[in-house]
Each structure stands twice: as C-alpha cells, then as structure tokens.
Design a binder for this molecule. Structure first.
Ligand SMILES: *Cc1c(COP(=O)(O)O)cnc(C)c1O
Length: 375
C-alpha cells in the first residue's frame, strides 16, 4: 500500500537526533518555558524572516490568540467582519467566531484554490476590519494583491500559514506578509512536531508582547494578570523536536516539489484536472510547498476507488464545505458554487518527504489508467 503520508518513515530519518534532543530535555529538569522554546522561537523567526515567533499549543490557538490580542489592543471588537476563504479548513473560521467576530466567506480563485482578491474587495462593508487569507494546500495566497487591498481599506491581515511553512513570493515567506500569522506544527503538517504545537509570527513588538502574556494566563509577570488569558504553551519536548525537524524542512520541501513536478509532467488523463501551473508554481520558484497535491475529477469517488484498488491511499481536503457544516447552520443558505464544486471534485494524491519517486510513478500510472464513466 502506498500511504497518503507516512509519518513513521519521515520521523525515522532523524530518529537518533530526536531521541538525543528528548533525552536532553528529560535530563534538564525544565519542561515548560525554557531554553528549548526560546531556541526554537528564535530559529523559526529567523527562518520566516520575522522579528518575533511566539510558540503556542496548536495552530487553532495561534489564530484565536492573534484576534484576541487585537481585541485587547482595541483594534477589533465583537461583531466586526473578517474575510476568510469559503473553502478553508474549519479552524480558520472557528478562530473568528470563537472571538465573537463575524466570518464573511469569500470564494476562492479556482486556479489557485486561494482567496480571490477581486471577490474579497466586492464583499467589503463598513464593518469589515480584517482579512484572514489561508495559504491552502501549501500555496501562498496572492499576498501582494491582498496586502494592497488591506492597505486601501485599512484592514488587519492575519495569515493562516498552517499548510505553507517556507512558501514564498519574491523571497518573502509565509508568515512575513500580514500583520501576524498563525502556524500549526500538527504532526502531518510540512513542519510537524510529535504531538500538538503551533506558533505565531509577527513584526509587531506590542502584539508580540501581548501574545506572550495571553498564552500564559494573561500574565507578563508571574502572579500578576493583565488579561484574562488562556493556557496555550509550546512545551520544551515539542520545541526540541521542532528544532531538529526545522533543519530538514527545506530539503523535504524540495522532495515534495520533485513529486509534484513528476505528477504535473506525467499525469495525462482528460478526466483528471491537475493543479494549475503558474508563475509561482515551478521547481525553481517557491510559492508552493505542496502540503498536498490536489486534483479535480467529476467522477472523484470512482477515481478514489480505482486508486485504492491499485493500493494507493488518497484523502479528500475537504469533503464538506464550512457553510454546510452543522456547526455553522446559519450559513447553509449561502450559495458558494466554486467552493461546493471543489468539495465535490477534489482529491489529494500521496505526497511527502517519505514517498519514493518510484512510488510516485506508480501513482501516475494508476491515474493514467483510470477510466471515468462520466466522460
Ligand atoms: C491544521 C490547520 C489548522 C489548525 O492547526 P492545529 O494545530 O490542528 O490546531 C488551521 N488552519 C489550517 C488551514 C490547517 O490546515
């Protein structure tokens, strides 16, 4: 069986280093808020090119806490509208509603699956105060256009970079475009811990210090509470695991790009639509880090079955659009045809640093042998 993503193989490649790092933490006798966290925060900030990195417990908390901090600082209030892509993972939207703000769903650009800047501009009202672009599937959203839109309308920008560690446009990386960015280090992400972990990057000093307090009970100084904060800390063990894995991220991204390139060059089946190549989508250019490689197929369920019969595991990112989720029943009346089409046709092929190129060639062959009854 060719697995969609083989975490065991990925972590096995640096197993000895992970064990040494783990032992170092155990022997240090210090497990929360120590050197390991500081070291990871400073190397990840350097990696992203930002002034600050603040480790938190997971990617959802990273997004929730930035909006919470902007409320504490008086930049946002409950009831404000935040633009967010209609086809994102639910966490991006939860971060907005959790804070009592209103998510406004914006349809994606079909060529990139990312928020369309033109559609975003069309739904801006006097209540719109922020944009939450998501670099979905590993491809940077059109940040030059979205930042200029934000400037024209005086909006805050929070990037959801959970799927796009290291993606860049003109050398400027995910996490260093907006006023702040949330990252997830869930084990299956491009930079994955061995458990839950997340971080926020920003160049804003005041925001960074507010976030450092909010993640730790609202306290800048022990037993003195300035905010009603939460407990969302990145522990020493996970920070140490991430410092090891960060060293291999670029190499692993290059391997993902080789697989994506092989799929793009050799999958040649009229029933399967490949992700659109763009000026930012080549081995040389780096706006895409291929967290997942998604294809569209009108006969998606049959394609998935055919691949499984060929021992190839695939996943669907995502089967139900957010506005059709029970959790957001008030949105069920929305008509979002692009998003609905994507959710019914999308399929993610295996990709990852542990996938051999020979295995990727088998995926190509199986895709090319698929015969749809619908075409
Ligand atoms: C994974 C993910 C998150 C949430 O990260 P967790 O660490 O699981 O909380 C947020 N947004 C997107 C787009 C994601 O893929």
């Amino acid at each position: 069986m060719i697995n969609f993503l083989d975490l065991k193989t990925i972590n096995h490649a640096c197993r000895d280093e992970l064990i040494r790092a783990c032992t170092r933490v155990i022997d240090s006798g210090w497990y929360i808020g120590g050197n390991e966290l500081q070291q990871f925060e400073s190397s990840y900030a350097e990696y992203c090119g930002t002034k600050h990195c603040i480790g938190v417990a997971n990617g959802l908390d990273a997004l929730v806490l930035v909006i919470r901090a902007w409320k504490e600082l008086g930049y946002l209030s409950e009831g404000d509208e935040v633009l967010v892509p209609s086809n994102t993972y639910i966490a991006s939207i939860l971060a907005i509603s959790e804070n009592g703000l209103t998510p406004v769903l914006v349809e994606p650009d079909l060529a990139t699956f990312n928020m369309c800047p033109v559609q975003a501009e069309n739904v801006i009202t006097s209540k719109t105060k922020a944009i939450l672009p998501v670099h979905l599937y590993g491809r940077l959203a059109d940040m030059p256009a979205l930042m200029s839109l934000a400037e024209r309308h005086d909006l805050l920008v929070l990037e959801d970079s959970a799927q796009s560690h290291g993606a860049s446009i003109d050398g400027q990386k995910a996490g260093n475009w907006g006023h702040a960015s949330g990252f997830s280090f869930y084990p299956g992400k491009n930079l994955g811990a061995l458990g839950d972990a997340g971080a926020i990057t920003t160049n804003d000093d005041l925001l960074a210090s507010t976030l450092r307090a909010l993640r730790n009970y609202g306290s800048h100084e022990k037993y003195k509470n300035d905010y009603r904060g939460i407990n969302s800390r990145l522990d020493e063990i996970q920070a140490a695991m991430l410092s090891v894995k960060l060293k291999y991220l670029d190499e692993q991204t290059n391997h993902r790009r080789k697989i994506a390139d092989l799929y793009t060059k050799h999958i040649n089946n009229p029933a399967i639509t490949l992700p659109v190549a763009s000026e930012f989508n080549s081995l040389e250019n780096s706006s895409h880090v291929w967290h997942v490689y998604t294809v569209l197929c009108q006969d998606r369920d049959a394609l998935q079955k055919h691949l499984l019969a060929n021992n190839i595991q695939t996943l669907i990112h995502y089967p139900i659009p957010p506005h059709q989720q029970k959790a957001y029943s008030e949105m069920v009346k929305y008509s979002l045809p692009i998003s609905e089409m994507i959710h019914s046709q999308i399929l993610s092929l295996p990709i990852g640093p542990g996938l051999l190129l020979e295995e990727a060639s088998m995926v190509v062959a199986a895709c090319n042998s698929f015969q749809s009854n619908m075409t």
